[in-house]
Design a protein around this ligand. Sequence first.
Ligand SMILES: [Zn+2]
Length: 437
Amino acid sequence: MRKSMLNRALFIFMSLATLAIGSVQAQQNKLLGVRIWPSPDMTRLVFDISSPVEHKVFSLSKPNRIVVDLKNVKKGFISKGIDYSKGYVKHIRAAAKNGGRNVRIVLDVSEKVKPHSYLLKPHGNYGHRLVVELEQKVKKRSVVRTAAQYTNQARDIVIAIDAGHGGEDPGAIGAKRIMEKDVVLAIATKLKRLVDKEPGMRGVLTREGDYFIPLRKRTAIARKHKADLFLSIHADSFKDERAKGASVYTLSSRGATSEQARLLAQKENESDLIGGVTIDDKDDQLASVLLDLSQDASIVMSSEVAIGVLKGLKRVGKLHKRKVEQAGFRVLKSPDMPSILIETAFISNPKEAYRLKSPKHQSKMAGAIMGGVKSYFKRNPPPGTKLAMVRKHKIARGETLSTIASSYQVSMASLRSANSLKGSMLRVGQVLEIPES
Ligand SMILES: [Zn+2]
């Protein structure tokens, strides 16, 4: 009798002990992995963790290091196979502290950087994450020519080209793990080259590599460069892999033109949740006030550009939607800059995914978009731009190519090429563009 009671007591004690150990183990956070995303102005580290973690981040000098102290975390991951060739982080090491209860991560960095950290809640394929951003202590001033510096000089038309997603946010993923973030960057880069080749035009990329940029920052970059147009380039996806073709969207301030457009905008707007933004990156109220004042004019211009781009895309492949649609895309919300979003094709359609990956097809896409953009600005050159100052000459009776060439002091060859003329035949009333001499 006494023995069995003792046994029972022992059993209860043992159970309690296991319970206690069990609960400690369940509570202890696990560090599951890390990804590093270097971009031109910051390096971002994303730690996967099993639950929100109490942490402290600070910097040390001589040599320059960043310390990330994590409380109640088990050191589980090995930082193997990390590429340290780009960005500020040159090495990562982790050590257990406080008898295995805490973890200290030390980042060896190439220069003095300012750390900034925040937690992200689970979203999509991601669980809890801790983001550590490293920025240069003294920001290099980027050289951006302002409008004032152009007062006496006709300026270039600036086209901001935004490759959707990037870094932590892969966008849609197609067959053979072809990723939206990669194919749209390739198309965007090719498009920039075409824009730069065009006299009187200049292209600006919002991102030039595989890193994430919050939606508001994309438009901020475009505005910093005083862009005349914002093009956001994407690839669509749908659960039915037969869905195919390109489509073009503009912003709607009054609800989407279709349920499909509404869902698409919702999906694209999730980019910030997947890629991760801090509170201070969120839309501020001022921006939304400005939006109401001048958005309408921008929307009209946007839809004109969009129609032209859609026409261009029709020439290189199938269209998903014959008309330009509207929905509440956050990346298109700029009060003073016409903005359109292009879904180049369906990456969920294996055939279109392979095509999107082909450099030849990417060039075709870029060319089609460029065609639409060019024809819009030829018809509507913004005041003060080189394109607005193109001289025109209406042919009068008795004028010849040679008399016109000599009166403007340009060569006959340049007159021919600017106007795609084969011979010397001119019609009375015909309008010629006069190239710069
Ligand atoms: Zn997208």
